[in-house]
Design a protein around this ligand. Structure first.
Ligand SMILES: [Ca+2]
Length: 495
């Protein structure tokens, strides 16, 4: 298989010449130059960052966002003592969200426009550390000690046992993801199959995975309390399969189990915050709570919105608000203003530049980053962020052909929005405009309206869209060695 990033298809060269030049530079910049400076002194003035990201849970399940089905007192306390955002977007599904978060790039730049479950499907595709930067590497390069716990799914740890180190993590404790031809690896909850730094992957018999991952983070905090720390916690909760938890052993139905899992998520958040309190780290640790995409479609929840109660159906994979609209809560007593509800527009591309600013790290000049730092908002220096639009795209499984993994569409469907209007873009054109303030259910398509504000909204978003590549790229990677479990291209996918 060719290295698919060595050649950039001619049709992608037309738009965004500067950005593409940056992509190409990104591929060739020797990242060794950015490796950690072992001598960097640990400065207590630099905040720790604890980034907690739940799997498959929308704001309709969080009580401080109006969720009425379960109570989430620990998450609510973070919001009360910190800043709660009302206009934050992830991507609609796991892989696009995770790569976007790690790189600060949109899928139309990093190429992971669809889902590709690397440990399960392989085929040489992987999140290649030689061709992608991450926020973890950036922070490690300025002296942060870094950890990750939970779920990754964009590399196969059997094939690349050192890859988390290459991506910037000093220590880890991960569910491996389902590994093709390795059934025990299917377990992330009870009897979890865990890959921890310094160990081989193994089943932790009789244990509950979410406790194993949290135990590791608690231990990491204790051991490194005197150094600036980055902890990335992509939780395995609350993704299916639904299971009972140690706190709700009697949960029987799927819905009861789901609720138990939401409560357990809240409990783990409380446990980590309690550890920060115990270690006297609370006032120098920025805790961020969010989720990677909307809830699975089978679950509905009552949600209070103003004076009304809406029933919100899970929207994982959708481009309606229940797909990418997420809770985002940021807390650090004494540093992040308390009790603030903020409507800043922000999406997951903003996290890398935000972390960089908080940590005092410079973004490499040749690195293409789509997002903008919202650190001044978090620190109470500005009321509103720098963005005038946010974007979400990417769902469904990617296609495998003879050259490797590619997006399912030439120009992946996407939505852009501001604080009022939202557009759906298909094949490069705006096909839908909704007014989220007047029409939160997104029922009425205003394309074709002659109202000046509608015309202006379409014009505004169309100008943004005109700057996007006309063709979405493939993920950037040099293929890993062939494996017995690799998916093969089919007659259909070769087309
Ligand atoms: Ca997910």
């Amino acid at each position: 298989m060719d290295n698919m990033t060595d050649h950039v298809p001619a049709e992608t060269r037309e738009p965004l010449v500067d950005s593409l030049a940056a992509v190409i530079l990104l591929v060739v910049v020797p990242f060794g130059l950015l490796m950690p400076d072992e001598g960097a002194a640990a400065e207590s003035s630099r905040p720790n960052i604890l980034f907690i990201m739940v799997d498959d849970l929308g704001p309709e399940w969080i009580s401080c966002y109006g969720g009425l089905e379960v109570k989430t007192p620990q998450i609510d306390a973070l919001a009360r003592g910190g800043m709660r955002f009302t206009n934050a977007y992830s991507m609609p599904q796991c892989t696009p969200t995770r790569v976007t978060l790690l790189t600060g790039q949109y899928p139309f730049h990093h190429g992971w426009c669809n889902h590709w479950d690397v440990p399960r499907w392989g085929a040489g595709c992987h999140f290649d550390p030689n061709k992608n930067m991450t926020f973890a590497r950036l922070l490690r390069s300025v002296g942060y000690v870094t950890a990750i716990a939970g779920k990754w799914q964009i590399n196969d740890f059997r094939v690349q046992p050192g890859v988390l180190k290459d991506h910037g993590f000093d220590e880890w404790c991960m569910w491996t993801g389902y590994e093709g031809q390795n059934p025990p690896s299917g377990q992330r909850y009870w009897d979890p199959y865990v890959f921890a730094s310094g160990e081989r992957s193994r089943t932790h018999k009789g244990q509950f995975g979410p406790d194993v991952y949290a135990d590791f983070l608690v231990d990491f905090l204790r051991r490194h309390r005197d150094q600036p720390m980055l902890l990335y916690f992509p939780m395995v909760l609350t993704h299916g399969p639904q299971v009972h938890t140690p706190a709700d052993p009697g949960a029987k139905t799927r819905l009861e189990k789901h609720k138990a899992m939401v409560r357990y998520t809240d409990r783990i958040v409380g446990r980590l915050v309690g550890t920060l309190d115990d270690l006297k780290l609370r006032r120098r640790t920025i805790v961020i709570f969010t989720t990677d995409n909307g809830t699975g479609k089978r679950f509905r929840a009552r949600m209070r919105v103003g004076s009304t109660v809406r029933v919100v159906r899970g929207g994982k994979g959708l481009l309606t608000e229940n797909g990418p609209w997420q809770p985002l809560i940021v807390n650090c007593p004494g540093t992040v203003p308390a009790g603030v509800v903020n409507d800043t527009l922000t999406d997951f591309t903003d996290m890398m530049p935000t972390f960089a600013e908080l940590a005092g790290a410079e973004l490499p000049r040749d690195l293409l980053v789509d997002g903008r730092s919202i650190a001044p908002v978090l620190l109470g220096k500005q009321k509103d962020g720098p963005r005038s639009w946010i974007l979400a795209m990417g769902r469904g499984a990617a296609v495998l052909d003879e050259k490797g993994v590619r997006p399912t569409q030439v120009f992946t469907d996407r939505v852009l929005r501001d604080k009022r209007f939202k557009v759906l873009v298909e094949a490069g054109r705006v096909t839908r405009l909704v007014d989220l303030v007047d029409d939160p259910e997104e029922v009425t398509n205003l394309v074709g309206s002659s109202e000046p504000e509608h015309v202006a909204a379409i014009r505004k978003f169309s100008r943004v869209i005109a700057g996007f590549p006309k063709r979405d790229p493939r993920p950037r990677y040099s293929p890993t060695a062939p494996q017995a479990w690799d998916r093969k291209p089919t007659a259909r996918s070769r087309r």
